[in-house]
Design a protein around this ligand. Structure first.
Ligand SMILES: Cc1cc2nc3c(=O)[nH]c(=O)nc-3n(C[C@H](O)[C@H](O)[C@H](O)COP(=O)(O)OP(=O)(O)OC[C@H]3O[C@@H](n4cnc5c(N)ncnc54)[C@H](O)[C@@H]3O)c2cc1C
Length: 446
């Protein structure tokens, strides 16, 4: 289109230009720039562990220009290290890097929040009103924390003596409360909902016990773990070891106790007895560590992608959505029936890559996820029990020795090796879990 403008007629020039630009854009929308900006072959929702690692894997598979990741946060956190931040063994600063620095180069970062997913039209709307369309969608939105479901929170965190390793805003408060401990109850909670890293609520108890022993205050402390669960840990082999530890170290475990209120000004925590409805107990604390209730992403819950409970409804073998074959899921947001951990996300990322490569070739996905997940149960500043298991709750251990034993080597792996592996291997889509090493260590027998 050739536009001729008269230099002295500015008003007309503007009109003429807008008229033609309008025409042009409507002509161009069908096949060129305007729509290209909004449409992606592979759209990833969430730039956490699963989202960034899949972004990197998809970049290698189909080219960076075809991939976009929607993530509102400026910062990306390696959440597993927060357990050690809460115990003063690592700094909060070491847990985060800018999202810009972990985004695979060339992949489009859509810096907004997903508000609505519409899989029937293959579109997503963000909070600034932008509509993105996709050919394939990977959902990696994590899970939602609900401190507000406990009466008195989150405002209670403005008081001292209370912390929570589950959020960057409150993790350093745990360490402060531990350092300032004088005398009384140290209380650790586990909520009445699914959680991510189900070991983390008790790991901080073992570390606090170790810290109080180291600083000569242990005799003045009564340490208790109040959990909504009927067990100390879901997998018997590791639960047995943990029961030995709590007995040996005089840690009191109260099962089926659910935190419902915090009166932070009075340092009181209120628990309901889940086995006796209506029965509550008030415990005065000198230190309180809160693991908040958690639930599915509200964006997924409000979409046709959700199962009845609100989780992303995926095939447990292939990670493909059960009803929308161009949609896939990874990580904490899914209804995969395994423990929600970063280690599980790593294993899933390798499976999902394989599933998507098959789907792109119009072939049937052929790899099956075995539910591999792992939880390094930190039991002191130098020991870890490394729980690893599958969908059936059967131990699936990498090393050729009994991992239910507390080991120093496993602590170094957790504290020193894993963060490196996360930032330099996993986020780059180069770490799909320890499966190949397990085979090697067990001479191909596992
Ligand atoms: C204290 C603690 C200790 C842990 N310890 C361990 C451990 O020892 N070992 C282990 O393997 N795992 C551990 N984990 C669990 C691990 O961190 C998670 O399982 C893992 O991060 C899950 O990855 P994900 O991608 O599913 O979710 P996340 O990494 O949480 O990412 C979700 C992303 O989605 C983004 N998002 C949310 N809503 C929207 C929206 N509407 N629009 C766009 N983006 C959105 C979020 O900003 C976030 O970046 C621990 C977690 C915590 C908190």
């Amino acid at each position: 289109v050739h536009i001729r403008l008269h230099p002295n007629n500015k008003g007309n020039k503007r009109k003429l230009l807008s008229a033609h630009v309008g025409d042009l854009s409507s002509v161009v929308v069908g096949n060129s720039h305007t729509s290209a900006k909004q449409h992606y072959k592979m759209l990833v929702l969430g730039g956490g562990s699963g989202g960034i690692s899949m972004g990197a894997r998809m970049k290698r598979m189909i080219g960076a220009e075809n991939v976009a990741v929607v993530e509102p946060s400026e910062m990306h956190y390696y959440q597993p290290i927060w357990t050690l931040v809460g115990a003063g063994a690592k700094t909060a600063a070491s847990s985060g890097r800018t999202t810009a620095s972990v985004m695979p180069s060339g992949v489009k970062w859509v810096k907004s929040k997903v508000q609505e997913i519409n899989p029937d039209t293959s579109t997503v709307r963000t909070d600034d009103g932008t509509e993105l369309s996709y050919e394939y969608l990977i959902v990696a939105l994590g899970m939602q924390l609900h401190y507000e479901k406990i009466k008195g929170l989150p405002e209670g965190f403005e008081h001292p003596k209370i912390g929570s390793n589950y959020s960057i805003q409150t993790v350093e408060k745990t360490w402060k409360a531990l350092q300032n401990f004088k005398e009384g109850n140290a209380v650790f909670t586990f909520p009445n909902t699914p959680v991510k890293c189900a070991g983390a609520p008790q790991k901080i108890m073992y570390l606090s016990d170790a810290f109080l022993r180291k600083t000569g205050k242990r005799e003045k402390a009564s340490i208790m773990y109040n959990t909504s669960l009927p067990v100390l840990f879901g997998i018997k082999k590791y639960a047995d070891s943990l029961w030995d530890i709590v007995k040996r170290r005089d840690l009191q475990v109260n099962l089926r106790q659910n935190l419902i209120e915090v009166r932070a000004d009075r340092q009181e925590a209120v628990f309901e007895n889940l086995d006796k409805p209506g029965e509550t107990k008030v415990i005065e604390y000198e230190m309180l560590h809160v693991t908040p209730p958690m639930g599915p992403s509200l964006v997924i819950k409000g979409s046709p992608l959700a199962d009845e409970a609100g989780w992303l409804d995926v095939n447990k073998d292939t990670l493909q959505h059960k009803r929308y074959p161009n949609v896939f899921g990874i990580g904490d947001c899914t209804n995969l029936p395994t423990a929600k951990t970063g280690a599980a996300v790593a294993a899933q990322s390798a499976i999902l890559k394989r599933t998507i490569s098959k789907v792109l070739k119009n072939e049937k996905p052929d790899t099956r996820y075995d539910g591999y997940t792992s939880c390094p149960l930190i039991t002191s500043y130098s020991t870890v029990i490394l729980a690893e298991f599958d969908y059936n709750g059967e131990p699936l251990e990498t090393f050729p020795f009994n991992q239910a034993k507390e080991r120093r080597l496993m602590y170094h792996m957790k504290a020193d090796l894993m963060p490196h592996l996360y930032w330099h291997g996993f986020l780059g889509g180069l770490w799909g879990g320890p499966g190949p090493y397990r085979k090697l260590f067990h001479l191909g027998m596992k």
